[in-house]
Write a protein that binds this ligand. Structure first.
Ligand SMILES: *Cc1c(COP(=O)(O)O)cnc(C)c1O
Length: 457
C-alpha cells in the first residue's frame, strides 16, 4: 500500500509515511486506496485483541514488513498493558458500554497507537540504518505515551512540547519523571495550539527538517490512525452488531480511525463527535463553516484544541480526494481562519457524524451521574463522551459504545470535585508522582525551540 499527501505529494511507501509523519507539502498521508478486511474477519468472537491490531497493520503496512515482524511488534507493543483483554468493554446499563482504553503504561488511549508506532519505528530505522529526531506537541497524554514508548530507544531522540501549566500534574509527571538521555521535555509558555503551530513550522522548514531528520508521532502520523482502527474492529466482533460510538474528540484522530474502520468494511452505527467547550467541530457540523476561535482551558485538557489536524483527512475524503481543491481550501483557512465546507462534503459529513459540545458544568454533572447511577468513576474526557452519547444516541437502537480515553486517576482532582471520591491510583502512576521531574521552559517561538533541539542531538 502506498501513501499520498492530502495536498498532492507522493506516493511514498508505508515506512516513509511512518518515519516522516507529515508530508513535505504540509499535507497528511493517506492510503492510496482503501483495502478490505479479510473475508472471515468476523468469524470468531473470541479473538485476542492483538489479532485485530495485526489485521490493521497487515492491511496498511504489509508491503514493508513480514507477518512475523508485524506480529512480534504488536505482541511487544501490547505486552505492557495491565488488562488481559487490553481493551475491555464495561456494560453500564443494557446496551450502553464503556470501552476502557486506559490499561496501557500511561493510562490513556494514546498508548494503543504509540506503542505500536515505536515498535514499527525500531523495525524501519534498523532496516535503513538511520536515526530520527522526533518532536511531538502534546495536549497532555500524547507526550507521556511517546516518552513511555520511545524512552531509551537507540535510534531516536525525542522532544516533547507541552503547554506550560495547562496539563494535569499526573500528565506532566508521566513525561518529566522519565530520566533517560534521549528524552527532552519542554514546557512552552502558550497553548497546545502554539505547540502544534511550532511543530508545523519546524516541518515546513525543509533545511531544518533534513538537518535533524525530523519525524512526527502526533496523530497526524498515519500509523497512529492505523493502530487505532483495531479497537473499533474488535468491538464490532465482540458485540456482533453495528455499534454506535461516542468519541471524545480533540485532534479528530481517534474518531477518524472509526471512519477508517468503516472504509475497511466494518459496519459501524452512527459516530458522535463529542467535544468540550472548544467546539470548532460541533460548530462546523451545525453551520458549515470551519472557523477558529481561541482555545480555552477546560476540565478535559487533552481536547482543548481549536485546529483539529486530522479533520483535513476527512475533508480530503469528502472532497473526493481532490488535492487541488483541498489545497485551495486550506490556503483560504490559513489566510482567514475560516473555511466554508463545500455543500456536498457537508451533507456527507452530517450523514457520517453527529456532534455535541459539553460544558465544564456538564462534565462535572456527568462524572457525578456515572458514579451515582453505575457506581463507576470516569475521567472528564470520558464524561464528555458519555454525556454526548446519552444526548445524541437514542437507547434501544443497538449497542452504544463510549470510548473511555483516560483512567480517572489521571484527573483525580476533577473526579473528586464531582463525586467526593478519590479514584484509586494504579501503582505505575503512583511511582511517577514521587519521582523527580526534569523539563525546560521556553517561549512559544520556533526559533527558540529549533536552537534547543540543535543543541541536544
Ligand atoms: C488525546 C485525547 C483525546 C482526543 O483524541 P483525538 O485523537 O485528539 O481526538 C481524548 N481523550 C484523551 C484522554 C486524550 O488524551
Amino acid at each position: 500500500m502506498n501513501y499520498i499527501s492530502t495536498r498532492g505529494a507522493g506516493p511514498v511507501s508505508f515506512d516513509e509515511a511512518l518515519l516522516s509523519g507529515l508530508a513535505p507539502d504540509g499535507g497528511l498521508y493517506m492510503p492510496e486506496a482503501w483495502l478490505g478486511l479479510p473475508q472471515d474477519w468476523q468469524a470468531s468472537k473470541a479473538v485476542p485483541f492483538q489479532d485485530f491490531a495485526f489485521m490493521a497493520a497487515k492491511a496498511f503496512a504489509g508491503d514493508c514488513f513480514t507477518d512475523t515482524e508485524l506480529k512480534a511488534a504488536i505482541d511487544r507493543a501490547y505486552g505492557g498493558f495491565d488488562h488481559p483483554e487490553i481493551a475491555p468493554l464495561r456494560e453500564l446499563e443494557p446496551g450502553l458500554f464503556l470501552l476502557e482504553l486506559f490499561h496501557g503504561p500511561t493510562l490513556a488511549f494514546k498508548d494503543f497507537a504509540m506503542q505500536v508506532l515505536a515498535q514499527l519505528f525500531d523495525l524501519a530505522l534498523e532496516k535503513c540504518g538511520q536515526r530520527r529526531t522526533i518532536v511531538v506537541a502534546t495536549s497532555g497524554d500524547t507526550g507521556g505515551a511517546a516518552v513511555e514508548a520511545f524512552a531509551g530507544r537507540a535510534n531516536v531522540d525525542l522532544f516533547v512540547l507541552h503547554p506550560d501549566g495547562r496539563i494535569s500534574d499526573a500528565q506532566r509527571r508521566q513525561m518529566t519523571s522519565v530520566d533517560v538521555p534521549n528524552v527532552h521535555n519542554v514546557a512552552v509558555e502558550g497553548t497546545f495550539d502554539d505547540c502544534q503551530r511550532i511543530l508545523k513550522l519546524l516541518f515546513a522548514d525543509e533545511a531544518f527538517r533534513n538537518e535533524i531528520a525530523l519525524g512526527a508521532v502526533n496523530s497526524i502520523n498515519w500509523a497512529r490512525i492505523m493502530a487505532q482502527t483495531s479497537y473499533y474492529l474488535s468491538v464490532m466482533v465482540r458485540l456482533g452488531a453495528p455499534a454506535a460510538f461516542s468519541v471524545p474528540t480533540g485532534n479528530f484522530g481517534d474518531i477518524f480511525a472509526g471512519y477508517v474502520a468503516q472504509k475497511m468494511g466494518a459496519e459501524l452505527g452512527p459516530m458522535v463527535i463529542a467535544t468540550n467547550s472548544n467546539d470548532i467541530l460541533d460548530r462546523t457540523l451545525v453551520t458549515g463553516t470551519y472557523k477558529v476561535e481561541s482555545a480555552s482551558p477546560t476540565l478535559s485538557p487533552a481536547m482543548d484544541i481549536q485546529i483539529a489536524s486530522n479533520f483535513e483527512r476527512l475533508l480530503f475524503e469528502l472532497m473526493d480526494r481532490d488535492a487541488d481543491a483541498l489545497n485551495a481550501a486550506m490556503a483560504e483557512f490559513a489566510a482567514s481562519g475560516e473555511l466554508q465546507i463545500p455543500p456536498a462534503a457537508l451533507t456527507a459529513m452530517r450523514e457520517l457524524f453527529k456532534s455535541r459540545s459539553i460544558s465544564d458544568e456538564e462534565i462535572l454533572a456527568e462524572i457525578r451521574f456515572a458514579y451515582e447511577a453505575y457506581g463507576v468513576l470516569i475521567d472528564p474526557h470520558t464524561a464528555v463522551g458519555l454525556k454526548a452519547a446519552r444526548e445524541e444516541l437514542p437507547a434501544g437502537k443497538g449497542p452504544r459504545v463510549v470510548l473511555a480515553t483516560a483512567h480517572p486517576a489521571k484527573f483525580s482532582e476533577t473526579v473528586e470535585k464531582a463525586t467526593r471520591k478519590l479514584p484509586e491510583v494504579p501503582a505505575r502512576l503512583a511511582a511517577r508522582m514521587e519521582a523527580p521531574e526534569r523539563f525546560d521552559r521556553l517561549p512559544p517561538d520556533e526559533g527558540a525551540i529549533m536552537a534547543y533541539v540543535r543543541a541536544r542531538i
